[in-house]
Design a protein around this ligand. Sequence first.
Ligand SMILES: [Zn+2]
Ligand SMILES: [Zn+2]
Length: 390
Amino acid sequence: MKANCWMGRNTVQVEEVPEPRILNARDAIVRVTSTAICGSDLHLYDGYIPTMERGDILGHEFMGEVVEVGPGVSNLAVGDRVVVPFPIACGACNSCELGLYSVCENSNPNAGMAEKIMGHSPAGIFGYSHMLGGYPGGQAEYARVPFADVGPVKIEDDLPDEQVLLLSDVLPTGYMGAEMCDIRPGDTVAVWGAGPVGQFAAVSARLLGAERVIVIDRVPARLRMAREKAGAETVDYEETDVLDALREMTAGRGPDACVEAVGMEAHHPTPALHAYDRVKHATRLESDRPHALREAVMACRSGGTVSVIGVYGGFVDKFPMGAVMNRSLTIRAGQCHVQRYTAPLLERIRAGELDPSFVITHRMGLDEAPAAFEMFKNKEQDCVKVVLTP
Ligand SMILES: [Zn+2]
Ligand SMILES: [Zn+2]
């Protein structure tokens, strides 16, 4: 079969690889009908997530048709249409029982690698490095789905792929980012990053009752999307000092909650500060460039919440802990516990309250994955989200 493989820094190639097979009783094999490229795939592409190997199949956002199930999977049958959550979760460990699926204790066979960097291991993730399980991803014609009796969501009506595919990651991730803000009526929520996750965080903040949502980015088309689809006010950080702007927009107090939907490759409008982090990042003296995170902490009103859903891989420098401690800030973070959100969000899609397909700007064949990665990385053609069809 064909699969999009990581071949080294800034190189992906569509290769001919063996088809996946059932390895465990609770596996299913899915014929992929749609798969998306995620902003967090760019951290792999750029070589910032360690433990990638040449030939690894990328992709953690996919859906398709079940073509084979192991003997331990009784809730799915051949022919079912499913969306697959990106964290692999057993459904039975202590974390899973608490609904903390992205920190499942049983799904990362390489837990020891992750423990060295993070203390304990999070769940395995499709197509997301050996440190997170070494699972082949879904940017392929077929994928093996472990614990298929727990994660995959059956789509039993005729909703098109584009309306449900993003339940695999970016829609629930944005939603969880907003939910972690514990929004109360009248709140102002600021969102750093107007990529797909930031767009969904902004939309979700509104659904959860925020009175004002302010989105911060530098790409005009993305800021426009946030204004049009999430009813957000926007700040272009290349034109305006973000901290000044937010202070002015909130009568000096700062937003009640700040969602960080940027992650480890943030840009900084002040070249010297960006250079500082770039150099430390590139020389591996710091593993992440935490500019948006620092800014979210500094901007947040005293006693407010900073919700971190942007992806970080390791360690950050110059983290303003003094602001966190002295101003009673709460920091919440996590890879999304997707399995917790798929049913209620699917319900909202069915009811017409949400149509996540608005972020999809490009549709391409799986063969075009290398061009799609370049376009997405460089934000060419106003690219926000690419869906690939095998
Ligand atoms: Zn993703
Ligand atoms: Zn588990």
